[in-house]
Design a protein around this ligand. Structure first.
Ligand SMILES: NC(=O)CC[C@H](N)C(=O)O
Length: 302
């Protein structure tokens, strides 16, 4: 099992409601995966701030004075907004890489959930209702977002093993299924310089797409490659700064349903995730075809 939801907004009037809509969709999928839950939200880009979303098992200790300590270490202003076990660190885009390296040395227990201009990822063990509540996801606005509730198959039930996985700036992937060639692929990607946080198969799929996009492919082209290079079962929903993609393997035994209106494109593992979306009664509803790439992009941010 595992439950996936995704929402890509076309109508800006819905943007303030993204977090609430996605939260409700994800909670509907709770019985598909009780182990952990997570949500990626793509917000409005801020031209002067990039952000790292980080997690700590000891948030009180690690986040206290973090703004001061990190700012002093990199010699530039940083902003830290703490949300329960996560914190969003705002930093000048030029200092993002340095801030990440410094963070690893001054707060070794802190883990990076995502980095980029627009993405924030919140994920923890536990049920969707508790995870969306802890991080106040319902109050968040944004342009698109992806959620996942996990029933673990390939790696431990931990915060880092929760989906979405993010292996590149403003990129994320969620997965329902299990890959059969992830160990070989991981070794190849490590040889190319990628690093991994977990033994999870889905993290390998995320890193594969990151590596393909680093070679110059767009998300749609990278997903085309995944059909050929990834073995096993998968329904993937993936996000980039401006894009939203869906891909199922050639057998497509993991469920998926999509809906599109003038206002949004929505994904659910099951139709019940979509029933409360505005205008769903008149939406175009379909089951994504096996081995077929579906891909949308916000022109304004392309
Ligand atoms: N049940 C699933 O679809 C699991 C997804 C993935 N293989 C994981 O272990 O996280």
């Amino acid at each position: 099992m595992c439950g996936i939801v995704g929402l890509f907004l076309k109508d800006r009037a819905l943007e303030p409601h993204l977090g609430a809509l996605l939260s409700d969709m994800l909670v509907t999928m709770t019985d598909r995966g009780p182990d952990s839950a997570g949500i990626a939200i793509y917000g409005a880009p801020d031209p002067v701030r990039a952000k790292l979303t980080v997690q700590s098992p000891h948030p009180g200790r690690d986040f206290e004075n973090l703004e001061h300590d990190l700012g002093a270490a990199i010699g530039d202003k940083v902003e830290v907004v703490v949300k329960d076990s996560h914190a969003v660190i705002g930093v000048d885009p030029e200092w993002l890489g340095v801030a990440r390296a410094v963070l690893a040395s001054i707060r070794p227990d802190v883990r990076v959930m995502s980095s980029g201009e627009t993405i924030e990822i919140y994920k923890e063990t536990g049920l969707p209702k508790d995870v969306v509540g802890r991080f106040d996801i319902r109050a968040m606005g944004g342009t698109h977002g992806i959620g996942h509730t996990r029933m673990a198959t390939e790696s431990a039930v931990t915060t880092l093993g929760a989906h979405p996985f993010s292996t590149g700036a403003d990129q994320c992937l969620v997965h329902n299924g299990s890959l059969s060639n992830h160990n070989n692929l991981r070794r190849e990607l490590v040889r190319e310089g990628m690093t991994f946080e977990t033994e999870n198969d889905s993290e390998v799929a995320a890193a594969y797409l990151t590596a393909e996009m680093a070679r110059g492919k767009n998300l749609g082209q990278a997903l085309d490659g995944a059909v050929k290079d990834l073995d096993g079962f998968f329904t993937f929903v993936v996000g980039t700064r401006s894009g939203f993609g869906v891909l199922r393997d050639a057998i497509a035994c993991k469920p998926a349903v999509m809906a599109e209106t003038d206002q949004y494109v929505a994904f659910g593992s099951e139709y019940r995730a979509l029933v409360n979306l505005p205008g769903i009664e008149t939406a175009r509803i379909w089951e994504p075809e096996p081995a077929t790439v579906y891909f949308w992009e916000h022109e304004k941010a392309a």
